[in-house]
Write a protein that binds this ligand. Sequence first.
Ligand code: ZN
Length: 337
Amino acid sequence: MNVAQAKALVSVEEIIGTRIELHRRGAVLVGPCPFHEDQGRPNLVVFPKTQTWQCFACGAQGDAIDFLSRSENITVREAIAMIGRGNTAPSAPIKRLPVPRARVASIEARDAAYRGLIAAERLSPSHRAALLRRGFSLDETNAGQYRTHSPGKAPDGLVPEGVPGFYSIGGTWLTSGPPGLLIPVRDREGRIAACQVRPDSADKGKYLWLSSPNKPGGASSGAPCHFATANGSQLWITEGPLKADLVAARLGQPCLGVAGVSNWHSAIPLLGDAQGVILAFDQDEPGPTRTAVEGITSAFAQDLAARGIKVRQATWDWSQAKGIDDALLSGTPFAVE
Ligand SMILES: [Zn+2]
């Protein structure tokens, strides 16, 4: 019996379906990969049309014979013989392998990879319009190097091993993430340490990290704080890289953007020799959210004070503007005290 004869006798869905639970998703079937610690995530995709399968986490892939050989821990020749005997039932539990996880690449390597991605991607008219509506000027939308991200093949020539948001399947480097607005997250030297994506599809959340943990060659973003540079000497701190860019642009003062108030620890390495800071976190209507944010802000302020940094807070009428960006855009007056 040869490969073609064996393949004519069994389908890839049958071989895989007797070993893991598959669910139909349109033209494909998905299930947890049995070859790595998938923790129930449906990373394994079966393509009935081409009679192939692929795990998007560990990179394992092949046809029905490959799956049988791998899951039974036998050679391809033995797998073909097994199909020929008409008994392909599982004979033993499948041996799982840990997914090779790369260390996060150096800041230089991350900066180079993200710059390569930025050079290859464009800013769509609708994303540019959205930035203009938020209060950025045309020049600022260019200077910020925002892009319209669409996941897929990475730009040629990049070897982004360990760069969050990149991963490798069968020797090809790919980018992860939902399609959306790409926002570079920079360190004090202007190097891009990570990227956020504002998904085009609202049900995916407001801002996500470009991240690829548990994927071959990938890494987790680590949620670093963004440094938006400006000529002024008064350091501001707000939530989110885009908001920080807007504060720096409109006020002419450098601004840190933490991924969220509860993420304030990430700002500490970027404080430099700041003598004082102005905190400008979102103002919520009185209620549990506001109380929670105030509690976290107060813990942050105490930590800063213990470092000898003078802390002031920007406040404005929460019913007029939620974020400092909204206040700046609508001309809502704010006080710093
Ligand atoms: Zn896998």
